[in-house]
Design a protein around this ligand. Structure first.
Ligand code: PEP
Ligand code: MG
Length: 747
């Protein structure tokens, strides 16, 4: 026996379905819908406000307010009660609207006589499309049942809007997903690309938001939930063979799949007249709305689980799955909320660009995108709800901007930018086999950073002299369990084969901080970048480090080997790490394995403490590589992952350059080779300044080698050094303006 709330909304939905089924124009449909809702709910007013642009709502239909105000009355998000509902994504229910905080009277609507107000957001999967409002003269508070019924109706309206049921005159009623849109995000990987949208998780299209027969619908829902549970159990079985932490994560996931309250809420939605799909989306929308407001990372992750389960359930119900059969277009640009490194690698170099709604500069996806040299924009908020498969899309990884369905002028300007890029690339190719020799005769060694087998072809193509930094954690990040020694040995061996005698500097695992292994329990640390990471983990969890060192020794199989340890913060850490490697060499010898004749053991210098380390550190290290990314973040106390501060301090700031100079002096005094392998080594002006200060080796992304070499070959580094010194003496904060001025004069 359905309760009152269910039968009320079911009746309303029944009438709504008839109104929507009629073959009429979008405006007529909207008018009918408002009339019908007001009539069913016994209110004098029902109005529908839709977004005409991301900031502005427009009154699009009304029963009860002044009809002249339709398409005239507009409000910004957060403005008045309607704007408040839209801004917060939450209902407002009040018996006395004029007294409610934020109330703003719209005289042209004639709403002054209506005291009660109930407004609910029209949302689809967390995307705000508008606001549905009922108002009445009698000062009543609407009941929970009425609120629920209005939310159910709003859900159906959102689905119908998605299907284009309300397309009509004017911007607010224009077809969705047709207009140009621009997204300002963050830079994940530089580069520009033009192509067509390829959605990683295509939108599921719900064609029947209202159930034909709630009983049948309930059975569909329950059967699908059962199928979902079986599939999650299967996943759990697979993860049984994985490690303990991974199983724990999967168990939490299963707990959600079995959550009674989640299923009960969806059953109630179906009993109220929604189709099973619409019920799943209604709860998913609510979860996404909560997700955006929860500050706690753990809870956010749990809500993320729920979101994921909802997607799976929708895929089961609609049979659309994540593989909707959409062909990968030519020049595909992947658009996703987020993506794991493994999935990204599976797409590989076929992608022209990547746009993510989430992600971060140091996320695994960003690391892989960088390794594959695919332009990446992160934090493009709302792109997955706006973009459709096949849409034209322009990705500007230099600025962190994305243009979706661009108009002609934007597309043309972008085309020019791409052409300029291509021309520059061609110019760099001609330099490939030439040395990075400055006009003063100084030759700088340019090497490349790598981390995947996929990087190695760049060694030849870019003209790099070797691999100055091989980030070994990538191989750990893209797997779902710790790789075995033999597996690693074979991979490292292939890397050395591909390097064909060129030097490869393997950096031991730098995990922790932003690089959390999927199978390692995340440490709940207040400040992970300064926490238990890199060599700190290696020296305490010796098993993994030893296994990695053995794999490296076996991979070398007699060939020269270069190993460096990350994040050394005091001499003893380097001593201990170095000793581990020496011990492993002895052990390998003892076991009868061939060991390299020549093993170089280096240290990364990426904490300010090491600039002032005892002389013995510089003497003990066979080489030192400056990890500028970390060194800079700790030197300036500015998080490299934090968009707000990460670009605040200039690398060419006099203080930072003094530190670089000091490191060079200390290395020279000990006769220890020094290099720079942070991102700044790949920026031509920065690279030139480092070289002028005496850094003889720079290691960078392969794509940066051409531009850096091009500049180095044009300048006299002695003159550059004089410019830097004069600017430093002048009291300037950064030498950049003086260097730029000088460069303009030399060209
Ligand atoms: C650095 O810190 O500069 C560096 C090269 O290491 P990573 O970016 O991997 O921390
Ligand atoms: Mg580092």
């Amino acid at each position: 026996m359905p309760d009152r709330k269910e039968s009320e909304s079911r009746k309303l939905l029944g009438r709504l379905r008839e109104a929507l089924a009629e073959d009429s124009a979008g405006q007529t449909r909207l008018d009918r819908v408002t009339h019908l809702i007001a009539d069913s709910m016994g209110t004098e007013v029902c109005s529908i406000y839709l977004f005409r642009d991301p900031e502005t709502l427009e009154l699009c239909a009304t029963q009860g307010l002044n009809p002249e105000a339709v398409h005239q009355t507009r409000m910004r998000i957060g403005e008045g009660l309607v704007g408040r509902v839209a801004g917060r994504g939450e209902p407002v229910n009040t018996a006395n609207a004029p007294q409610f905080p934020g109330f703003r009277f719209m005289p042209e609507t004639g709403e002054d006589v209506f005291s009660s107000f109930l407004g609910v957001p029209i949302q689809r999967l967390g995307e705000n499309l508008g606001v549905l409002v009922v108002q009445s003269k009698d000062g009543r508070v609407f009941t929970e049942d009425e609120l629920y019924a209005l939310e159910v109706v709003a859900m159906v309206l959102a689905e119908m809007a998605e299907l284009g049921a309300f397309i009509g005159e004017g911007q607010a009623l224009s077809a969705r997903h047709m207009q140009p849109a621009m997204f300002r995000g963050g830079i994940g990987q530089e580069g520009v690309a033009r192509g067509s949208v390829y959605l990683h998780e295509p939108r599921v299209v719900v064609t029947n938001p209202i159930a034909d027969d709630p009983k049948v619908e309930l059975i569909r829902l329950q059967e699908s939930v059962n199928a979902l549970r079986v599939s999650v159990d299967d996943l759990l079985k697979i993860s049984d063979s994985g490690d303990k932490e991974q199983r724990e994560v999967m168990k939490a996931y299963r707990m959600f799949a079995n959550s009674r309250s989640w299923v009960r809420r969806m059953e109630a939605d179906v009993a109220s007249g929604l189709s099973a799909e619409a019920a799943v989306e209604k709860e998913q929308s609510a979860a996404r709305n909560r997700l955006s407001k929860v500050p706690d990372a753990y809870l956010r992750e749990r809500l993320q689980d729920l979101d994921d389960l909802s997607n799976r359930l929708l895929a089961i119900l609609t049979g659309q799955g994540s593989d909707t059969g959409a062909e990968m277009p030519e020049n595909p640009i992947l658009v996703a909320r987020n993506i794991g490194p493994g999935e990204l690698l599976a797409y590989g170099r076929s992608l022209r660009g990547i746009v993510l709604e989430q992600g971060s500069v140091g996320s695994h996806a960003a690391i892989v995108a960088r390794a594959l040299a695919i332009p990446l924009v992160i934090h493009a908020e709302g792109i997955t709800t706006e973009a459709l498969n096949g849409d034209t899309i322009l990705v500007d990884g230099e600025k962190g901007v994305v243009h979706l369905r661009p108009d002609e002028t934007v597309a043309e300007a972008f085309f020019d930018k791409i052409a300029m890029h291509a021309a520059a690339q061609e110019r760099y190719v001609t330099l490939r086999d030439k040395p990075a020799e400055a006009l003063c005769g100084t030759v700088v060694s340019l090497q490349m950073n790598a981390g995947l087998m996929a990087d190695l072809p760049s060694l030849v193509n870019s003209g790099a002299e070797g691999v100055g930094l091989f980030r070994t954690e990538l191989q750990f990040l893209i797997r779902n369990k710790v790789p075995r020694r033999a597996e690693l040995a074979s991979l490292y061996s292939q890397v050395m084969d591909a390097a064909n005698g060129k030097r490869v500097v393997f950096r031991t695992l730098d995990i922790g901080s932003d690089k959390v292994l999927p199978y390692m329990k995340p440490q709940d640390e207040p400040n992970p970048a300064m926490g238990w990471r890199a060599i700190r983990v290696g020296l305490e969890k010796k098993g993994v480090m030893r296994m990695q060192l053995q794999a490296l020794l076996r991979a070398a199989n007699g060939r020269p080997l270069s190993v460096m340890f990350p994040f050394i913060a005091q001499l003893d850490e380097f001593r201990q790490a170095r000793q581990h490697l020496l011990d492993e060499i002895e052990r390998e010898k003892h076991l009868g394995h061939i060991v390299p004749e020549n093993v170089e053991i280096g240290a990364m210098l990426e904490t300010p403490s090491m600039v002032f380390a005892p002389r013995q550190f510089f003497e003990l290290a066979d080489f030192v590589s400056i990890g500028g990314n970390d060194l800079k973040q700790f030197f300036y106390a500015a998080d490299r992952e934090n968009e707000r501060v990460r670009r605040r301090y200039d690398t060419l700031n006099v203080s930072f350059l003094s530190v670089i100079e000091r490191i060079v002096e200390r290395c020279n005094a000990a006769g220890t080779p020094v290099s720079f392998c942070g991102e700044d080594a790949g920026r031509p002006i920065e690279a030139m300044c480092f070289a002028a200060l005496g850094v003889p080796t720079l290691s960078m992304r392969p794509a940066s080698i051409g531009p850096v070499k091009h500049l180095l070959r044009r300048v006299n580094l002695k003159d550059a050094k004089a410019v830097i010194e004069a600017a430093s003496d002048s009291g300037a904060q950064s030498v950049r303006p003086a260097v730029m001025e000088w460069l303009r004069g030399t060209s």
